[in-house]
Design a protein around this ligand. Sequence first.
Ligand code: 1GP
Length: 222
Amino acid sequence: MILLDPDRIEVSELREIISLAEGSSFIKAYLVGTSFLYRGDVDEFIMELKSRSHKPVLIFPGDRYQLSDKADAVLFLSLLSGRNPEYLIGEQVKAAPFVWKYRLEAIPTAYLLIESGHLSSVEFVSNTKPLPRDKEDLFSAYVLASYYLGFKLLYLEAGSGAPRSVPLDFIRKAKELVDLPLLVGGGLKGREDVEEVLSAGADFAVVGDAVEKSFPILESFS
Ligand code: 1GP
């Protein structure tokens, strides 16, 4: 899945990205979102995307201001790795009436932030701590809790542009423990990294930063 940040990608650039990505069957969907929306217009961005692409467009929201009825679905995230009530349940309560009003498909997603060796935007904006990457038992308990709480999707996040992506052992462990679709993102730099996380058990890999830095990387996903 390609992550597109409406704050960092201009409409003209979006057209170029779609022209490179649309023909690839390896790319399954677009995620639209950012940790903090400063100036982008999510509705306009998604309308442009939908007018040029046949792939599903899912909102990956940093907060409720990034919702749009133009998308196919929203990852209804709860940042379970943290202890900030706003990102555990507060934003979700504020977002729910919008989701209901527009009958937007909401995919209940357990969002786990994992330490990557730098201060990620998610960590800073949400004011939460990531899970330590050397504590697999603790991570396992979070995965199990996500499952027992009834989430339908697990997103393992190292943070955009992370110097170290989610440990492969964590991916293998999550897949071994629970029968949930697994998304892995943060710091994946190209096809090789993507193949690695998919081989470890991820159902989908998310790439954002590497595409923003160099659109031609999309050709390697054909
Ligand atoms: C960030 O997981 C996504 O929320 C994607 O990370 O931007 O590093 O690809 P990158």
